[in-house]
Design a protein around this ligand. Structure first.
Ligand SMILES: Cc1ncc(C[n+]2csc(CCOP(=O)(O)OP(=O)(O)O)c2C)c(N)n1
Length: 626
């Protein structure tokens, strides 16, 4: 029987010795590689934290002690050790196990997560309320060096450093975000990483000082007299020490014995502690160690070659964005692209290679990215901020306060808008129309296909003022390519002038609406079909056109509340041209779980067959929602 087979709860782990724990680490790595090669998932990050997670569960008593994972994509080993190893075949699938900590999934998960840089704030919240309750347990935030580029982490450090509370922050430093990590802190961590000294306890420091002839003894006495942190005298410039944390490290994150020793002593220490752990992303699988970005989040792959099992046929919308903006930037030197730690994900790699100074990776700092863009726009450049829809949620105030009030020409390339699939609730891009529509001066577009995407990017560059293009994950649609009318602000595109009822699609739902349209056409029914193009503004002509029909059916990949359909209805009322029978196919007021796009469209009855049937019912006088 393997060690892994014997582990069902963290208690089982505590019976093993260090040698057995290292054997278990090897088994866990093989397990992760095997499982993720079938399901896809965050392989490299998890391979890097095997020993760290084992040591954490060995030393602390989860779930009494709280582990708060930052982002949470590196929690697979924690899941294996907390009774979920048999669920790995369903990882990230519809109704399967989540790829992130979920409180509803296990008592060992104490905080839901998916977006970065939240763990220190949440941990501090646990600590302060624990102290008020006079309870005694440890609270540990585990945060990567990439996630330490997010401003929220510093707000939390700033708050925690002056609180007399016991909090442990483990900084998992693998020098990588998804791509190579960026910024001044990353440089600071590199300097710390290269310190040959491993200094943990007061004894370690005393031992080290004793080795320095003459000076060492005096220094030891001086240090002994001070109340402050001993480490401060040796490395006065460690940022964490300056912020009121005891800094411990750097520690080899693959040395289980050392990790256990350090965690055990830090458990007994009081006040805010930061343990700096050095790890290798992808550790133990050569393909991932050599290509940690590719294996950060991977599709299913062949273990021997490391190659993805499914090859891409069409360009994704991100590819189309990347190629188009590069072409335009070659002609127009004023274009600058900004990414928040996702140059590859948003399709900016080639642009970055060709014009490194004009593609700026700000780190996982969406708020900063937007205000930074506002400054660039004020100086008469054209910033293009490419961010995933769900991460842009972070920058709401910056969009409103720094860009839209000044009506600045900032282009928002909103990738992964709509249903994103296996990352689930935290990553769905289903709110951007709603949160952007309310902001004065903002314009929102969505393309029906690849060709319209190109035209919209060109339109956005020539525009003046804040403008957003939202587009989904995955292959760029190629439907209806013969329809490529010039883009005009607020104007929709008529695909078919019909009778009685009209189908209105916004962006990605054009594919589904085309199928619905075809079904009716096959029955010799001739509905209208309109590609909306703009969710804001919506022009009068569009509304006049829609009012020719008795029934209007809209479809969008956004929540209904504040979405395209509600904007349409509000604009029509404002123009005194209310639309009589307006029915919206949109996501309901709930958080949408993980699953493929087709699975989720089916769940919410937004697939072509369900849309078609519901329209038929409504047309026959049955308005009930079933
Ligand atoms: C607000 C936000 N922006 C972007 C992301 C996408 N993202 C997920 S993990 C990650 C990199 C995290 O790097 P690090 O914390 O060092 O963890 P590692 O995977 O290297 O262990 C990024 C950018 C996110 N989850 N949240």
């Amino acid at each position: 029987m393997s060690y892994l087979e014997k582990i069902n709860t963290p208690k089982d782990l505590k019976r093993l010795n260090v040698f057995e724990l290292s054997k278990l680490a090897t088994e866990i790595r093989l397990f992760l590689i095997e499982k993720i090669s079938h399901t896809g998932g965050h392989l490299a990050s998890n391979l890097g934290v095997v020993e760290l997670t084992l040591a954490l569960h060995y030393v602390f008593n989860c779930p009494i002690d709280k582990f708060i994972w930052d982002v949470g994509h590196q929690s697979y080993v924690h899941k294996i050790l907390t009774g979920r190893k048999n669920k790995f075949d369903s990882l990230r699938q519809y109704h399967g196990m989540s790829g992130f900590p979920k409180t509803h999934e296990s008592i060992y998960d104490c905080f839901d997560v998916g977006h970065s840089s939240t763990s220190i704030s949440a941990a501090l919240g646990f600590c302060i309320s624990r102290d008020l309750n006079n309870e005694k347990y440890s609270v540990i935030s585990i945060i990567g060096d990439g996630s330490m580029t997010g401003g929220l982490a510093y707000e939390a450090l700033n708050n925690a450093g002056k609180k007399n509370t016991n909090i442990i922050v483990i900084l998992n430093d693998n020098q990588m975000s998804i791509s190579e990590n960026v910024g001044a802190l990353s440089k600071h961590l590199s300097d710390l990483r290269s310190q040959p000294l491993y200094l943990n306890t007061k004894e370690d420091i005393n031992n080290m000082l004793e080795k320095i002839p003459l000076v060492g003894d005096n220094l030891k006495k001086l240090i002994g007299k001070t109340k402050g942190s001993i480490k401060y005298f040796i490395y006065p410039n460690i940022i964490f020490e300056q912020l009121g944390f005891k800094y411990i490290g750097p520690i080899d994150g693959h040395n289980i014995e050392k990790l256990i020793q350090v965690l055990s002593s830090s458990k007994k220490m009081s006040g805010p502690i930061l343990i700096h752990v050095k790890t290798i992303k992808g550790k133990g699988y050569e393909k991932a160690e050599n290509a940690p970005t590719k294996f950060h989040g991977t599709e299913a792959f062949d273990i021997d070659t490391g190659l993805a099992l499914q090859t891409k046929i069409w360009d994704s919308y991100s590819d189309v964005f990347g190629k188009t903006i590069l072409k335009l930037a070659t002609e127009n030197k004023k274009i600058i692209a900004i990414t928040a730690a996702m140059p590859n994900g948003v399709g900016l790699s080639q642009f970055k290679e060709k014009y490194p100074k004009r593609v700026i990776d700000v780190g996982i700092a969406e708020e900063h990215a937007v205000t930074f863009a506002a400054g660039i726009a004020k100086n008469n450049f054209i910033p293009v901020v490419a961010i995933y829809s769900s991460f842009l949620q972070r920058a709401y105030d910056q969009i409103l306060h720094d860009v839209c009030i000044q009506n600045l020409h900032v282009i928002f390339a909103i990738d992964r808008s709509g249903i994103v699939g296996s990352d689930g609730e935290t990553h769905q891009g289903l709110f951007d129309i709603s949160f952007l529509s309310h902001i004065p001066n903002m314009t929102i577009m969505a393309p029906k296909n690849k060709f319209e995407m190109i035209s919209m990017i060109e339109f956005a560059v020539d525009y003046s003022g804040p403008i957003a293009i939202r587009y989904p994950r995955g292959s760029a649609s190629r439907i209806l390519r013969q329809f490529n009318e010039k883009i005009i602000l607020g104007k929709s595109e008529i695909i078919n002038s019909g009778e009685k009822f009209v189908l209105v699609s916004f962006g990605s739902m054009a594919d589904e609406m085309l199928e619905v349209f075809t079904k009716f056409k096959n029955e010799n029914i001739n509905p209208g079909f309109i590609n909306a193009r703009f969710a804001k503004p919506i022009d009068k002509e569009t509304i006049v056109e829609l009012n020719k029909y008795d029934y209007v059916f809209t479809a969008e990949e956004n929540v209904k509340s504040g979405g395209f359909s509600q904007n349409l209805s509000a604009s029509a009322k404002e123009l005194n041209l209310p639309i009589k029978n307006l029915f919206a196919f949109a996501l309901p007021d709930e958080f949408v779980e993980q699953g493929t796009r087709p699975e989720l469209l089916l769940k919410y009855k937004m697939d072509p067959e369900n849309i078609y049937c519901r329209i038929k019912k409504i047309m026959s006088g049955d308005n009930k929602n079933d």
